[in-house]
Each structure stands twice: as C-alpha cells, then as structure tokens.
Design a binder for this molecule. Sequence first.
Ligand SMILES: [Zn+2]
Ligand SMILES: [Zn+2]
Length: 291
Amino acid sequence: MPRIAVTYHESFSRRSYLTRGTRLSDFPEVLKDLVSEGRVEIVNVGAVPDEIIRLVHTDDHIYRVKQDPLCSTAWHSVGSVLTATELVVTGRFRRAFALIGAGGHHAGRNYFWGYCCFNDVVITIEYIRNRYGLKRFAIIDTDAHHGDGTRELVQNDPDVLHCCVCSMNYRSGDNSKIDISAFDVLASCRSFQERDEAYAEAIRSRFIPAVESFAPEVLFWYFGFDTHRGDYGDLGLTSEAYVKIAESVTVTAERLCDGKLVVVLGGGSRRDLASHVIPRVIRTIAELEPA
Ligand SMILES: [Zn+2]
Ligand SMILES: [Zn+2]
C-alpha cells in the first residue's frame, strides 16, 4: 500500500483562488510517476457540508463566502484537508498531502482575505477532536505570510501548537504560539543556497524542538510555495528548502506521532513552480522509511 495519500478534487485544477488562473492545471498528471511506482494514491474528495464549516465559522462568514465566486472551491478544499487527516488518523495511510483550491490560514472566525475562504486546518482539528477524540495538534506554517486567521482561532487553545514563519518574532507565555521572522533568519545570506539552508535550519532548530516538547498526536505542515524565488511572497527560496523541511517534518512525525503527518498546500501562484515543487515534496515524503 502506498504510504501517502494525495487528496484532490478536479475543481482545484480548473479554478483556484490562489492564482489568477489555474496553478494546479497540470494535476494530477504530474503525479503519474509517483502513482505508477506505487508510492502515492490519489484520493478524490467531496465538499463538506455547512454543518462542518460551522464548527469554526459564523453563519455570516459562510454567507459571504457563498457570495464570492473566487471561493467556489472552498467546500471541497476543506474536504481535502479533512479527508487527508481522517485517512492518516484512521491508519489507512501513514502520511497525506492535501491539495486545495482556496486557501485557509487567513480565514478567522468571521473574516477571510488573502486568497483564503474557510480555515481548512482548524475546521479539521475541531472535526477530528469531536469524531476521534484526539486532542493535541501541531501546525508548522511556512507560507510566506503570517497565519492570522489560524492564530486567532487557536490563540486560546493550549492544545494546538502554532509555529509560523512570517515577518515578526513572538512566543506566547506557554510556548504554544511561536512566530519567527524570515527577514531575520535570512538577513546574512548571500546566495540562494545559503537562503535555502538558513530557512530550513530555522525550522529544524527553532520549531522542531517546540514540537518535541509539545508532543502532538498529529503534525500539520502548512506548505506555501509563495516563498519561492519569483512567486508573490518571494523570499528567494528554491525547492531545495522545501525538500529539507519535508524531511524534517516527516522524521519528526515518525518520532513523535506514529508517523501522522498531514501536509496542506498554502500559497503560491505559478503553475510552473507548482508542477515542479509539489511532486518533489511529495516524493521526499513518500520515500522516507517509517521509523
Ligand atoms: Zn502566503
Ligand atoms: Zn506568524
């Protein structure tokens, strides 16, 4: 059985809030080698009902998302993250990668912006808690931008560790909410190679120890490739940085949560980058042996 499920809906290839066109239009075809090698299974997902969206968002929020044509994939996007997590929690797959059409981390209880509609990860956490009784979750967010919606929703939840690379440095009193500034991390780098290494090292040395002391039951990696050289959150990174982070989070999940790793796609707009970077990350995660 493949170790990794890639959750997907065809609407993500036709319309995506995160692009002015279709960043995932080469999917799922670009994953065909991974599928034929037996490393990956593509799992088609459905839309989640409003009743599940209401675990986190207000009726007014849902109404406004319905009015926004760019949010047409939002229900399937939550379905993708929820299905990916459920497959991992129930042991059907060891790891999962959730493709999405509309983003999540800029969606708070009653607002959304920045290519996001519903908070896919926090809705999933609430659902998994209610349905399966798991309690503690960790999120490592390496999208270029601060995950303000996620932070608002988990701010007072000591059972969610939220580690975010953005433009500020912050640590809550209980160490469960951490931000590190990408600008500080990359300040002294002179080459692209140094940037990739410094960024990945910041995840290893500052986030992974926090995950270790927190001891989550599931690890989420919110992976935006908007940090890539030439994309809209350009930090001068390349796919080398993402491969190193993929290795760190996979090994960490093996050590701490019986392998339970869910990667959730975040920002990034370019089709050429999506078609190159996402299969590389999935391959890295798929090839690492279970502990
Ligand atoms: Zn972003
Ligand atoms: Zn942040």
